[in-house]
Structure formats: structure tokens, C-alpha cells
Design a binder for this molecule. Structure first.
Ligand SMILES: Nc1ncnc2c1ncn2[C@@H]1O[C@H](COP(=O)(O)OP(=O)(O)OP(=O)(O)O)[C@@H](O)[C@H]1O
Ligand SMILES: [Mg+2]
Length: 349
């Protein structure tokens, strides 16, 4: 979605302002984005059960069957995957004004979704800032941050493969075939780190925007998992290389890489040869995710095992005590890239 003005998005803004500013519990905050399909607005909410003001996001589609159908699809898939925190969470607001029959006779109940507010922006925005700071210095993002982001994306792909298995793979259950179909840098958002072992020094990444999602039948040649893995491989390649040239589409002469002694083609042009200073195992796995032959792509159990082990075991010592890999430095780097705006210098942290 663009962030400029649009008459229909403004109509949504005015409508939501009317609905939500009517009671002391809510405060309309801003129109966050809008696009071909609809708008996204941020609302503040005073939860009577707690002292703090919280935020949520109302995504609303423009009128028309095509847009409403995309919203219905998004809601349907999001509902299936709520057991996994790496998918944006739906929010239920008690006495929601959008559900008040007196207020909303003109609002199609299928035209909106309320979701948790993810406060650190998109990975696309993060990448832009990271490129601006780090490329001119010949630096990359720390390996320990990259592994953690990779693990979040893998957990998100697990949600699509096994929607009701929380964060874990379940080989005994057939994969669902769910495919996101629009998995790119601006459909991955960063939220505040939850208190657990995997997000101690980095934020949580969550997948949004399931309006194009679908389900690949099990008899198809390639699986939904293989397609999602390809897309998340491209996201990781862009973050590792700090190079946002469009990786999509098959290359006429894909570069080769070697994995477990076997040479194969990958669409990950920007990681061949591997950039200096980046963990070669990470590069190899990401190249495998975008292997041109989908049968060469790693499975989710394999990716989960590799990335979890790296997050658990690869501390600063593994990276030769590089000062950019300490817990404090990794934390400072992502915080400065996301929070301090375009003038902060994360390399000075
Ligand atoms: N839960 C959220 N928290 C914070 N910001 C969000 C959230 N969901 C969406 N946004 C913002 O709104 C933008 C558009 O959301 P989304 O991608 O779901 O809509 P879309 O209409 O499908 O847009 P597009 O066609 O551009 O992909 C996101 O890129 C992000 O900047
Ligand atoms: Mg989007």
C-alpha cells in the first residue's frame, strides 16, 4: 500500500474516526496505508482490564466483490493460523463499534478485519534503513540477527503447513498445502520481542496479508511448503546481501552452489559467491531455499532444526568474538534501525 492520500481511504478514515472516537475507550490514531484493495488504520484502545493504552489495526476493503473476496480469504486463512505467533494475531474488541447494528448498517461485516498492531514496521522499511547505513561501510547485518529472522520466517511457514500445531512441525500430519502467494518484504512485519528464548535480542517477525492465499492440492508436482520456502529464501537473501534488486522470476542461467557435496542451481544470484563475513551455513541454506529445482529445497523440519540450533548455539564466540555479534550490539543495531529514524547511526552504537 502507498502512504499518500486517496479519497476512498480518506472516507474510511472519517468513518472509523466517527465510530471509534465516539467512546472514551478508543482514540483514532492514523491512516497507516492504503492500496488497490483498501485501507489500514491504527486505533488506540484503553483496555478496561489493564492500565496501558494499546493499539490495534483495522484493515478495511474498498467496495466491490473482488476486494471483499480478498478480505474474506484473508480472514479465513488468518483464523486457521492463530495458534502460531509468527502470523499476525486477530483481535477481538468487546463492544466493537463496527459490530454495532445501529452504527454500522452501511458497513459490510466482511469488509474489515481487526488485528494486533505491530509497532516496528515492515522488513522492507528495515531493509531500506539498513542499506542506507551499512552498504556504504561495507557492513552486513550481524549473523546472529539474520539467523533469528530466518527462524521467525521458518516458524511462519510452519503455521501455513500445520496451522493448528502451534510453532512446531508435525511430520505425522499431512501438510495443509496453504500457500501465501504474496510473501515479500512488505508483508513481513516486526513486533516487540515476546519473552522467550528465541527473541531475547531481536524482535519477532510476523507474516501479514493473506488476501491472495490459497491451497495447493496434495497431488500437485510442487507443494505449498516449497513455494513458501522459496519466497522466504528470497526475503533472507535480500537481507543478507543488503541488495533489494528484485529476486523474483527464474534466471536464464541460474548460478550454481554446492550442498552436501551435490552441485545445484539456485535463483539466489546475490548470494553466489557468498558475501564475506556471513555464516556460510546460513548462505548455503538460503541458496537451497531458492533452489531452481523445487525438489532440492530443504524441508521445514530440516530448516527448523538447523535454524533453532544456530540460534541456540552460535554465540559471539562462534563468530570469533566479533563485537558486532554480541547480544548488546545485535539489540542496539535492530533498535536503532527501526526506532531512531533516518539520522541515527547504528554503527556508532
Ligand atoms: N498489523 C499491522 N500492524 C502495523 N502495520 C500494519 C499491520 N498490517 C498492515 N500494516 C501496514 O499496512 C500495510 C498494508 O497492509 P497489507 O499488506 O495487509 O494490505 P494490502 O492491501 O494487502 O496491501 P498491499 O497490496 O500493498 O500488499 C503494510 O505494508 C503495513 O505497512
Ligand atoms: Mg501487503
Amino acid at each position: 500500500m502507498a502512504r499518500s492520500t486517496n479519497p476512498t481511504a480518506e472516507a474510511h478514515r472519517d468513518l472509523l474516526k466517527d465510530f471509534f472516537d465516539d467512546t472514551a475507550r478508543f482514540k483514532f490514531h492514523s491512516l497507516v496505508a492504503h492500496g488497490i484493495y483498501g485501507s489500514a488504520c491504527r486505533i488506540k484502545y484503553h483496555d478496561p482490564k489493564g492500565p496501558a493504552l494499546t493499539n490495534f489495526l483495522v484493515k478495511m476493503s474498498f467496495p466491490g466483490k473482488y476486494h471483499i473476496d480478498a478480505m474474506k480469504t484473508e480472514k479465513e486463512y488468518l483464523k486457521k493460523m492463530q495458534a502460531n505467533r509468527h502470523i499476525v494475531q486477530l483481535v477481538n474488541i468487546p463492544d466493537n463499534p463496527l459490530e454495532d447494528p445501529l452504527l454500522n448498517e452501511d458497513v459490510d461485516p466482511d469488509s474489515w478485519i481487526i488485528m494486533e498492531w505491530l509497532n516496528h514496521g515492515t522488513i522492507g522499511e528495515f531493509l531500506m534503513t539498513a542499506m542506507a547505513y551499512l552498504n556504504s561501510r561495507g557492513q552486513k547485518l550481524p549473523n546472529r540477527l539474520l539467523w533469528r529472522f530466518f527462524l521467525c520466517l521458518i516458524r511462519g511457514a510452519i503455521a501455513m503447513a500445520w496451522p493448528d500445531k502451534r510453532e512446531n512441525v508435525d511430520d505425522a500430519v499431512e501438510e495443509s498445502g496453504i500457500v501465501h502467494n504474496d510473501l515479500h518484504l512488505n508483508n513481513v512485519l516486526m513486533g516487540a520481542p515476546p519473552e522467550d528464548d528465541e527473541h531475547t535480542i531481536t524482535p519477532i517477525l510476523k507474516i501479514i496479508d493473506f488476501g491472495c492465499a490459497g491451497q495447493i492440492p496434495s497431488e500437485s508436482a510442487s507443494t505449498g511448503v516449497q513455494k513458501n520456502i522459496y519466497d522466504l529464501g528470497n526475503i533472507m537473501a535480500t537481507l543478507i546481501a543488503l541488495d533489494d534488486t528484485d529476486p523474483r522470476g527464474r534466471l536464464p542461467n541460474p548460478p550454481k552452489f554446492t550442498r552436501n557435496g551435490v552441485e545445484m542451481n539456485t535463483d539466489c544470484e546475490k548470494l553466489v559467491p557468498a558475501p564475506a563475513g556471513v555464516d556460510p551455513q546460513l548462505v548455503e541454506l538460503v541458496c537451497a531455499c531458492t533452489a531452481s529445482d523445487f525438489n532440492n529445497r530443504p524441508t521445514l523440519p530440516h530448516l527448523l532444526a538447523q535454524a533453532s540450533a544456530a540460534v541456540r548455539d552460535r554465540g559471539v564466540a562462534f563468530y570469533n568474538n566479533n563485537p558486532r555479534e554480541t547480544d548488546d550490539k545485535v539489540k542496539k543495531i535492530w533498535q536503532q534501525l527501526t526506532m531512531s529514524g533516518p539520522y541515527a547511526d547504528p554503527t556508532d552504537a
